[in-house]
Design a protein around this ligand. Structure first.
Ligand SMILES: NC(=O)N[C@@H](CC(=O)O)C(=O)O
Ligand SMILES: [Zn+2]
Ligand SMILES: [Zn+2]
Length: 428
């Protein structure tokens, strides 16, 4: 039994924002404890802290199976817990990729044995993520995937994408697309613009993303299926989504913490810690993404936590892999760009990091409703700390926030009523 007292309970899904007490019995949230239960309960003093639902991230890469030197289920789950996350959705670009039920089963077994949080897998849209042949979507769903996507790659054939979307709709499985026209991004490593010219690096035009976002809007309209656009990075894409949503078309998008904070100008020293897919864009794009989060065009924040080893990232810019990690700082950095900057309320930022993503993936997570699992994140929105990736629970260090002092510190994470992180150490 758990009794969290005196905190500011913010539960956006239930429009709740008040100082009060939160209770759980056998890992499930309840309205009240009786006097005997109160005597037996573990009491946690949350005075001065926000009591929020455990955070939800619908876009992480845990590299398990295949590249477990970068991250695995155990380390990824601990990194998530330290960031306040209690539920994450893993991308399927593992090795082997998640295009078959056996790989999903293997992941689910390992999650059951080694994860300290809730982890859900996704399945590939196409076999081998090659964009040519549909993956066995029905079998993947039976095996436990919560969505299908070829993240990292984008299905180029409109015909295959159309059929993938139709199957996913039939199976009631969310479909997420990494929007990028490959013919426009051959060899590209950063945003195409002033900075790619100055640095002499191959540019990746925003049009590559916008074209596919528009294609997906058209396919969503044609099929009546919902299509979710992963880590949107360009202002035009936000605009296309906004107009589509206004017309009643079932599409959505996410933004990642790095795209709303950094820009292509940060690449000025060729530091590969700023190299990711899609690339950092301009100030105007960054502003449009924030605007999209503020007006609901972009439904949620997702980290795209993509661990890579130091020896890979230490290469020259052209050959280093795309990807950065963010689970352990994403609450603080999102609070910085959205809340401390005065753009959104605390409750709005929490919504973007909890129930909004959970709803897109149809997950029972991200609320403090009575009857829900007691997945809880306690944080101090004003406590400052300096990001030192060496202290991370993640196995990787490729974090562009290194050295930044951020405001907002996770103090405690509970999964089904059990404390898994106490603000310093993992306790599970
Ligand atoms: N998002 C990234 O920058 N990297 C992804 C793959 C990808 O999307 O290219 C990864 O798995 O590392
Ligand atoms: Zn991606
Ligand atoms: Zn990704």
């Amino acid at each position: 039994m758990l009794w969290i007292t005196g905190g500011r309970i913010i539960d956006p899904a239930n429009k709740r924002d008040e100082t009060g007490d939160l209770y759980s019995v056998d890992g499930v949230l309840v309205e009240q404890l009786d006097d005997t239960q109160k005597k037996a309960a573990t009491k946690i003093d949350a005075n001065g802290l926000v009591v929020a639902p455990g955070l939800v991230d619908i876009h992480v890469h845990f590299r398990d199976p295949g590249q477990t030197h970068k991250e695995d289920i155990a380390s990824g789950s601990r990194s998530a817990a330290a960031g306040g996350f209690t539920t994450v959705v893993c991308m399927p670009n593992t090795s082997p990729v998640c295009d078959n039920a056996g790989t999903i089963q293997r992941i689910m077994d390992k999650v059951a044995r080694e994860s300290i949080i809730n982890i859900y897998p996704t399945g590939c849209l196409t076999i081998g993520m090659d964009g040519e042949q549909l993956a066995p979507t029905g079998q993947l769903k039976k095996a436990g995937v919560v969505a299908v996507t070829d993240d990292g790659k984008c299905v180029q054939s409109n015909e295959i994408m159309r059929r993938a979307v139709e199957y996913a709709k039939m199976l009631d499985l969310p479909i997420m697309d990494h929007c990028q026209d490959a013919s426009l991004t051959q060899g590209a490593v950063m945003n195409e613009g002033e900075w790619s010219l100055r640095l002499g690096l191959r540019g990746w035009p925003k049009a590559a993303e916008d074209i596919i976002v528009a294609r997906n809007v058209i396919l969503a309209e044609l099929t009546g299926a919902h299509i979710h656009m992963q880590h949107v990075s360009s202002a035009n894409s936000v605009d296309i989504l906004r107009r589509a949503i206004a017309r009643g078309i079932s599409v959505s998008g996410e933004a990642s913490p790095h795209h709303i904070e950094f820009t292509d100008a940060d690449l000025k020293d060729y530091n590969t810690v700023y190299k990711m897919n899609p690339p950092l864009r301009t100030d105007a794009d960054k502003e449009a993404l924030i605007e999209g989060l503020c007006d609901g065009t972009l439904a949620c924040i997702a980290t795209d936590h993509a661990p890579h080893s130091p020896d890979e990232k230490d290469r020259e810019f052209d050959t280093a892999p795309f990807g950065i990690i963010g689970l352990e700082n994403s609450l603080a950095s999102s609070l910085g760009t959205l809340y401390h900057s005065g753009r959104l309320s605390l409750s709005e930022v929490i919504a973007l990091m909890t129930h909004k993503g959970a709803e897109l993936c149809k997950l029972d997570a991200g609320t403090l409703s009575a009857g829900a699992d007691a997945d809880i994140c306690l944080f101090d929105p004003d406590e400052e700390w300096t990001v030192d990736p060496k202290q991370f629970f993640s196995k990787s260090r490729n974090c562009p926030w290194e050295g930044q002092t951020l405001k907002g510190k996770v103090k405690s994470t509970f999964v089904a009523g059990t404390q898994v992180y106490d603000g310093t150490s993992i306790s599970a």
